[in-house]
Design a protein around this ligand. Structure first.
Ligand code: TRP
Ligand code: SF4
Length: 537
């Protein structure tokens, strides 16, 4: 499995879900913690028993730590429903500073849109309201090849996803809605990106094998293209809100985006190449030695001596000492380095021209002595874009928790009682909430005495994820009344059921209003496409 992302979060504290500090929303997922291992499979059944493991095992970072950097965060962020991210900082910064940013997510039209999809719709809309270019796409190629849906079924469901997205507030004048199959630019980009993706990594990342259909693989490069599509006009920080099951796609997209770049910018101390661990040693040696009495340069050989005398022997230790010895009298000098990855000769020459201050050209890299890293990144991107490259920034992602099914267990489109479809008759929605499993005690008496288990209650989740909306006070009140034993499940469910009925009535009314808006958009929802659906391999 490839992993480009530095796991620099690994020593951060894992978040504590202190119910006193804020209502917990993880639906009691800790119950099964430790029982099963975490596997992220975009096409498997996705349950996550312990979200904390995703931080340690996959390098997903905790969203909580970033929360203060997000301008007026969405309630899903405030309540920990959005629990993790990969590299969201550049997006948060762009939102704060009113700079360009984009948001994109995609939906496989395999069934009705339900309240789980609403989380993602809301995330897209929230970013759009804060000025991001917004995109919503129908993953019809993926549904056809990997899920075996016919084109007729796909057309029908596609319409429903788009109507709900519009009804919840997506502005189609400002944003873009598309389906994968008819977006020529996405197809072309997918083809380009395919040059930088290898079957061997599909095997490693997704478990593909000799039985996997070529169309399924094509749907993967299509998703890579979806993710980078917002940057076709211009590179910009882009966030992809998804469930953690999509993280393998994000890791691959980030890798592929980097492989498409003309130049890689790194920091270096001497003419030789060093990896990150070796660079740490070099930085330490340089910092220790450069403050000598005179202004004489720090020689590589002296740095080797210092490292041998002062630093613990680890893997990088021996290799960096060898490199320093070979460099001998060469002075150690910090610099930024531009490595040639895919640059055309013209772009390589243009970069040399454009670098300010002292620079040195080598066969496959250029060293610049008077630039900092950030300026170097900007310059590399600029030259790339001017010479026919894309200059992609690594796409970011945010991850939301999966909702617990109303019947306990997993919320699944194939079990109607477990979820509430956005198309459910409002009365059915009411009934489903009324018959939901709760975190209540066996008797009212016990409940008054011990309090309910809101953390393990699908009904509480409905409040936190949807019914309380932006009203934190209300969500906290439900939580505290529940765990304090003042709230009993009968009344609590009645209240939730009524709110659900109202929500569905209102949403469906808005959907109707959006029919005309959708018809005016240039999206073909009545394809006469022919073909044979894939069998999921
Ligand atoms: N694979 C996603 C799913 O299973 C759908 C999807 C396609 C997507 N392209 C995307 C999601 C781009 C996010 C970004 O639901
Ligand atoms: Fe759940 Fe409400 Fe019962 Fe508490 S009172 S366990 S939140 S249904």
């Amino acid at each position: 499995m490839t992993r480009d992302t530095p796991r620099d979060d690994s020593d951060e504290e894992t978040p504590t879900d202190d119910p006193a500090a804020r209502p917990a929303t993880d639906g009691g997922s800790d119950v099964a913690a430790g029982a099963d291992e975490v596997a992220l499979d975009p096409w498997g059944s996705s349950t996550v028993s312990d979200y904390r493991k995703l931080f340690d095992e996959f390098g997903i970072e905790s969203f909580d730590e970033l929360l203060p950097e997000v301008p007026s965060p969405h309630y899903l962020m405030r309540r920990g429903v959005i629990f993790g991210h990969r590299d969201y900082r550049p997006v948060a910064r762009a939102l704060r500073e009113g700079e360009d940013a984009a948001v994109l997510s995609g939906f496989m039209p395999t069934g009705d849109p339900h309240i789980g999809h609403k989380l993602v719709f809301d995330e897209i809309i929230w970013h759009q309201e804060r000025g991001a270019d917004a995109y919503g796409l129908i993953a019809d190629l993926e549904a056809h090849s990997a899920r075996g849906l016919s084109w007729d079924e796909i057309d029908e469901h596609a319409r429903d996803y788009l109507l709900s997205l519009l009804a919840l507030g997506f502005d189609p004048e400002e944003g873009e809605l598309y389906r994968q199959s008819t977006n020529r630019e996405v197809q072309d980009l997918a083809f380009e990106l395919g040059s930088k993706a290898r079957f061997a990594e599909f095997e490693g990342i997704y478990g593909f094998d000799g039985e996997t259909s070529v169309s399924h693989m094509q749907s993967v490069v299509t998703q890579m293209a979806d993710i980078l599509y917002p940057q076709l006009d211009e590179p910009k920080p882009t966030v992809i809100p998804v469930g953690p099951d999509q993280d393998p796609h994000m890791r691959l997209a980030r890798d592929v985006a980097a492989r498409m770049r003309y130049f890689k910018v790194t920091e270096a101390y001497a003419s030789f190449e060093a990896n990150a661990a070796e660079r740490d040693h070099l930085a330490a040696a340089y910092a220790a030695l450069r403050d000598g009495e005179d202004d004489s340069p720090v020689r590589c050989a002296a740095a080797a001596d210092w490292i041998e005398a002062e630093m613990a022997a680890d893997a990088a230790h021996d290799s960096v000492v060898d490199k320093l010895r070979a460099a001998g009298k060469e002075p150690l000098r910090p610099r930024v380095r531009f490595l040639d990855r895919n640059a055309t000769p013209e772009a390589f020459d243009a970069l040399i021209e454009a670098i300010p201050g002292e620079k040195r050209r080598y066969e496959e890299h250029i060293d610049a002595f008077d630039m900092d890293r950030a300026d170097a990144e900007d310059l590399a991107r600029e030259v790339e874009v001017d010479h026919g490259g894309f200059g992609f920034m690594a796409p970011s992602s945010i991850y939301h928790r999966f909702m617990t099914g109303l019947t306990g267990g997993k919320m699944s489109s194939s079990v109607p009682a477990s979820h509430i479809s956005l198309l459910d008759d409002p009365e059915d929605g009411y009934d489903k909430v009324k018959s939901a499993t709760t975190g209540g005690r066996e008797t009212a008496e016990k409940q008054r005495e011990l309090g309910g288990e809101a953390d393990d209650c699908p009904v509480y989740e409905l409040y936190a994820y949807l019914l309380a909306g932006d009203d934190d006070e209300f969500a906290t009140e439900v939580y505290e009344e529940c765990v304090g034993g003042e709230r009993l499940c009968g009344g609590c469910k009645e209240q939730a059921a009524e709110l659900m009925r109202e929500f569905l009535e209102d949403h469906q009314e808005k959907r109707e209003e959006m029919e005309a808006v959708l018809d005016d958009l240039d999206i073909d929802l009545d394809t006469d496409r022919r073909g044979v659906a894939g069998d999921g391999h």
